[in-house]
Ligand binder design. Structure first.
Ligand SMILES: Cc1ncc(COP(=O)(O)O)c(C=O)c1O
Length: 303
């Protein structure tokens, strides 16, 4: 079994678009499943802190660290060791609730962090919900205003905002589910260990996890050359799979105006063609896990 390697690591650097570089709203280092990739970097020579520093020198406004995609936490320390820059780092922790980097909880490492509580997430509401967390009180006041039509007090709107308040019912559901998050994440970890051990003789390439990280395995993603054949064989055995994500952002119709054609981001595009997600949720049983790995082993497709 080979590892997916570091190519899933991402940093997005948000800048004000300038007349010289109008396409740069967000610049990303490395593959862009959920971020827009404007620059292709050799994954084997990826050095996030170095590139982040270059972007900061070049006028970046904020850095979004997306190295927690799918739950495994990659070399996050690199994102947060950019000394004395004054440029805030925001963790995108939408898929990493409860994870830790060197013992420290995800969401408490950067200057701020964003969480999604979409129902399918490790901590999911009964509908859409999300949160921004930070120790910076001024920032939090600003975020609260943004989410509440630009006001902190009734009838006084200090700025333009949106309606993005967390529904009280969702908050109540989340606060009960939060008590079980660590227990559910432990189960996911044990399922991931089972997959990793059982599939270790095969050529499938799962995500690599840094040894300093305690991943929460939001998804269990691996790469396989003959993805459709594998999915079909698993389906025949009653095993559902998913693809996260088949179409990278630069090929989405919404971003056609950026004119980043097919072939421009080969690392991203290869990943989008090869990734497949196996069933992953706390309630998976031993017999279900065995059925899945047996079906994988019997599938006999090129990895
Ligand atoms: C990594 C990542 N970032 C951001 C988001 C957006 O979260 P939401 O849909 O709750 O706005 C998601 C949702 O799937 C996500 O997975």
């Amino acid at each position: 079994m080979r590892s997916c390697g570091p190519e899933h690591e991402q940093i997005a650097v948000v800048r004000h678009p300038s007349p010289q570089r109008p396409h740069l709203g967000i610049e990303v280092f490395e593959c862009g499943f959920d971020f827009f990739a404007c620059r292709q970097i050799d994954p084997l020579r990826l050095h996030p802190a170095k590139y982040a520093r270059e972007c900061i020198d070049d006028g970046a406004d904020v850095i979004i660290a997306g190295g927690q995609l799918f739950g495994p936490i990659f070399q996050k320390h690199k994102f947060f060791t950019i000394p004395n820059t004054g440029v805030p780092v925001v963790e995108d922790a939408a898929q990493a609730h409860g994870g830790r980097w060197r013992g420290q909880r995800v969401g408490s490492i950067g200057d701020a962090a964003t969480f999604s509580f979409y129902p399918g997430k490790n901590l999911g509401a009964f509908g859409d919900a999300g949160a921004v967390v930070s120790q910076d009180e001024d920032l939090m006041e600003h975020v609260r205003m943004l989410a509440n039509h630009g006001r902190l007090e009734k009838y006084t709107h200090k700025m333009e905002g949106v309606n993005s308040r967390l529904d009280g019912l969702q908050a109540a559901i989340l606060s009960v589910k939060l008590r079980y998050l660590d227990e559910w994440n432990n189960k996911r970890r044990s399922h991931a260990d089972f997959y990793l051990d059982s599939l270790s003789q095969n050529e499938f390439r799962p995500q690599s996890v840094n040894s300093n990280a305690e991943s929460v395995w939001h998804l269990f993603v691996l790469r396989v050359a003959e993805r459709e054949a594998l999915q079909k064989k698993l389906k025949d055995e009653g095993v559902a799979t998913g693809i996260h994500y088949p179409v990278p952002l630069h090929l989405q119709p919404a971003y056609q105006n950026r004119q980043i054609p097919l072939g421009s981001l080969p690392v991203t595009e290869a990943a989008a063609n090869q990734v497949v997600s196996l069933p992953m949720y706390a309630e998976l049983t031993e017999s279900q896990l065995e059925l899945i790995v047996n079906a994988m082993t019997m599938a006999n497709v090129s990895a």
